[in-house]
Write a protein that binds this ligand. Structure first.
Ligand code: PHE
Length: 335
């Protein structure tokens, strides 16, 4: 009988196809009521002569069964591990997925270059809202209501009293309201004017600059702007100041550099003048200081403003401003 058990076990083992089957097989043979446990119990009813031999046989079969179950168990574990590894496997022969790399927009490249130069000269960076009140965009900057200078800047109105800022100069006022002199910051940002052709878009970028302290003079303005322009366009760049008018500066100037495309001999871009207009600037009008509560007997200052698109166009010889905003990757990749 015990000899048949081995055969029976091997047959049943063959039909085991899952760990659950194997568990059941173990219970059937090695469990409390399993075949081998019963066989061992039955040993007591064997005759004393038979007992040692029978006992040895049962133990042999028991060891046989245990060994087979253990090796089957190991086989199942191995299979499971293989499955897991295969599920997580990477097919290294598949072609990779390419992520298209972005690139800093040329306007931002120029903006960061400008910012960097002024930050190294000790200027901080200030920001202000693009939707602005009439007060900050005009009134506080000494543009009285109905002043013709308001017409210079084709304004987008949100309502009677609210505009899309036409320049970054309102940040001068907001920046001064927030602090006492000395003041030294630049204010980059988007500005809006109702204007569109190959050198104008309704939205464009400016960088404002402001420096206020005791004893700030026009020669400080010239020194800072020359240092900036020489770093931006090269140390041999010629710089020229021409008288101009802005309500918020007095005196005011327009600043030109020698044409960086023809070197001054005259070309289409500089309209044969040899000069390129780059900046508006001037000494802060005392009327503006009064609006922010600065003592005009103690403090003087200068301000300047420039258009980023114009500088980027000159720097990269781009002849149509609209190229900046079409997001054509073939254009953007060139910078
Ligand atoms: N805000 C002026 C403009 O947009 C530029 C400017 C700024 C002029 C600061 C003088 C001082 O045209």
């Amino acid at each position: 009988m015990i000899d048949d058990l081995k055969e029976k076990f091997l047959n049943e083992l063959e039909s085991v196809i899952s760990p659950a089957d194997l568990f059941q097989l173990r219970v059937n043979y090695l469990g409390k009521k399993g075949h081998l446990t019963s066989a061992l119990k039955a040993l007591s009813s064997a005759t004393p002569d038979e007992r040692p031999l029978l006992g040895k046989k049962i133990n042999d079969v028991k060891q046989f069964v245990e060994a087979h179950i253990a090796s089957k168990e190991a086989a199942f574990k191995n299979e499971e591990l293989k499955k897991q590894l295969l599920a997580g496997a990477i097919d290294i022969t598949l072609p990779g997925k390419y992520a298209a790399f972005g690139k800093e927009h040329p306007i931002n490249q120029v903006l960061f270059e400008i910012t960097d130069i002024f930050v190294k000269m000790g200027f901080s960076v200030e920001e202000g809202p693009e939707v602005e009140t009439d007060y900050y965009n005009f009134e506080a900057l000494n543009f009285p209501k109905d002043h013709p200078a308001r017409d210079m800047q084709d304004t987008f109105f949100v309502s009677d009293d609210i505009v899309l800022r036409t320049h970054t100069s309102p940040v001068q006022v907001r920046g001064m309201e927030k602090r006492k002199p000395p003041v030294r910051f630049i204010a980059p940002g988007k500005v809006y004017r109702c204007d569109a052709d190959i050198t104008h878009t309704p939205m464009f970028h400016q960088v404002e600059g402001l420096m206020v302290d005791k004893d700030i003079t026009f020669s400080n303005l010239k020194g800072i702007l020359e240092a900036f322009l020489h770093q931006m366009f090269g140390p041999d760049t010629r710089v020229r100041f021409r008288p101009s008018f802005f309500p918020f500066t007095e005196p005011s100037a327009e600043v030109d550099i020698g044409c960086i495309l023809c070197g001054g001999s005259g070309c289409r871009v500089c309209k044969n003048s040899g000069w390129l207009e780059i900046l508006g600037a001037g000494m802060v009008n005392p009327a503006v200081f009064k609006n922010v509560g600065y003592d005009t007997e103690i403090y003087t200052g200068f301000a300047f403003g420039m258009g980023i698109e114009r500088i980027a166009m000159l720097k990269y010889a781009i002849d149509d401003i609209r190229l900046f905003y079409e997001n054509d990757i073939r254009f953007l990749r060139q910078f």
